[in-house]
Write a protein that binds this ligand. Structure first.
Ligand SMILES: [Zn+2]
Length: 136
């Protein structure tokens, strides 16, 4: 992404700083408009990139086994993993590997815990990553 941005702004680097900033603003505006147009006809809870990232995590979730910790709310799990086991809290939407907190997508170990509870991983994705119109 940085390389694409650098290549797009390269012709304007020799310009005065206000002209450069105006071109950067124009580049960002057209890029966002182009992406919005691409997604305007998309149907689904998640945009295509987030859907494919979640599908990858879901694929690798088959290699993990969750163990319910016995809490009353039924949200705490210990999941085997490499190099160590992790703790998944479905209530807070956290995992001790920190992938979920950093990316907004449940990690492969959290997906195993969600699946055990008969949940859908799409419903545990952060609202900013969804196609929902109520965010904003
Ligand atoms: Zn995790």
């Amino acid at each position: 992404m940085c390389e694409v941005f650098n290549a797009a702004t390269k012709p304007y680097r020799c310009k005065p700083v206000l002209t450069l900033l105006e071109e950067v603003r124009r580049y960002a505006m057209t890029s966002m408009a182009r992406n919005k147009l691409k997604l305007s006809s998309h149907v689904g809870h998640l945009p295509p990139i987030q859907q494919s990232r979640l599908a990858k995590e879901r694929y690798y979730s088959r290699y993990h086994t969750p163990m319910w910790s016995g809490d009353a709310a039924e949200v705490m799990f210990e999941v085997n993993g490499e190099p160590h086991n992790v703790v998944v809290n479905l209530g807070n939407q956290t995992c001790s590997c920190r992938f979920w907190q950093l990316s907004g997508l449940p990690c492969r170990r959290a997906i195993t815990a969600i699946s055990v509870m008969n949940g859908r991983p799409e419903n545990y994705v952060h609202a900013w990553l969804t196609m929902g119109s109520d965010v904003g």
